[in-house]
Design a binder for this molecule. Structure first.
Ligand code: SAM
Length: 275
């Protein structure tokens, strides 16, 4: 069970890349933009964006810094990132960076460490930084109201007798992952300190993402392959009911204008490599 979380996640992100680019990146834009603002980048900085995905943080950082490089282990993500003009995109694994030591002033990582074994990936981020260099990372905090409502509604309609593909996806979703051993953001700080970082600061934030209507939020959530597979496995009439229930439940929380405001809980962690 422990062995191949990396291979499983790589296959998952390869599968997700196109829908990530179309529906997930636009939803993440405000979350990543405000994170890059908070990272305090300086014009002279050389920045490395780990787990860059479609290159969002790297693209936002590029006009603010001297040099930005963007790395992902997924070939499809890297191709999309380069196609969207992310700077210096290359393929590599956060567990063993294909880079010389002490080459960067800042390492960014948005929703990326949670896919890795932090006991191996955090020392690599440390190694990539020059003495005095800074790490800025952003991860999910506790679940938010809209996400819980969406997943609860989906679960009410989920098929009880999944075929082999869906059964394997469900098993993979709950399989062992090293990140799950972190129970609180203090555990993240402890692991960073074990890797050598100091001045670790934790900031819990709830930035807003405004969707024009509930349907846009649903489209973003269903762009993740594990949810899409759940919906596609439903018989047609059950799927129609599920989608209409999702729309009704989420529209009930929309503003009078019809706009839906999503406020995910995020944990931002800033740390420094000693001088
Ligand atoms: C949730 S996405 C976040 C993408 C991007 N940072 C953003 O905010 O839109 C996580 C990304 O990390 C990448 N990733 C996961 N594990 C990785 C690893 N071990 N090495 C490099 N990239 C990894 C995935 O391929 C995926 O693109």
């Amino acid at each position: 069970m422990r062995a191949d979380f990396r291979g499983r996640l790589l296959a998952y992100f390869e599968e997700a890349a196109e829908s990530y680019a179309a529906y997930i990146e636009p939803a993440f834009f405000p979350l990543v933009e405000s994170f890059v603002d908070a990272a305090g980048l300086r014009p002279g900085d050389a920045v490395l964006d780990l787990g860059t995905g479609t290159g969002l943080a790297a693209r936002i950082a590029a006009p603010r810094c001297r040099f930005v490089a963007a790395m992902d282990f997924s070939h499809r993500m890297a191709v999309i990132a380069a196609g969207r003009s992310a700077p210096h995109v290359f393929q590599g694994d956060m567990h063993c960076l294909p880079l010389r030591s002490a080459a960067f002033d800042v390492v960014l990582a948005v929703l990326a460490f949670n896919s890795t074994d932090p006991a191996r990936s955090m020392p690599e981020a440390y190694r990539a930084l020059r003495p005095g260099g800074r790490l800025a990372m952003q991860e999910w905090g506790t679940s938010d109201e809209l996400s819980v409502l969406l997943d609860d509604t989906l679960a009410e309609y989920a098929v009880e007798d999944p075929g082999p593909d869906l059964a394997a996806r469900r098993e993979a979703r709950f399989a062992y992952h090293p990140w799950d051993e972190f129970e609180t953001s203090t555990d993240i700080a402890d692991e960073l300190e074990a890797a050598g970082f100091e001045h670790v600061e934790i900031d819990v934030v709830t930035p807003e993402v405004v969707f024009e209507e509930a349907a846009d939020f649903i489209r973003y959530k269903l762009a993740w392959p594990f949810r899409r597979a759940e919906v596609e496995a439903m018989p047609a009439e059950v799927r129609a009911l599920c989608l209409s229930d999702l729309d009704e439940n989420l529209s009930a929380l929309a503003l009078p204008s019809g706009k839906l405001v999503w406020q995910p809980n995020l944990v931002r962690v800033f740390a420094q490599k000693p001088r």
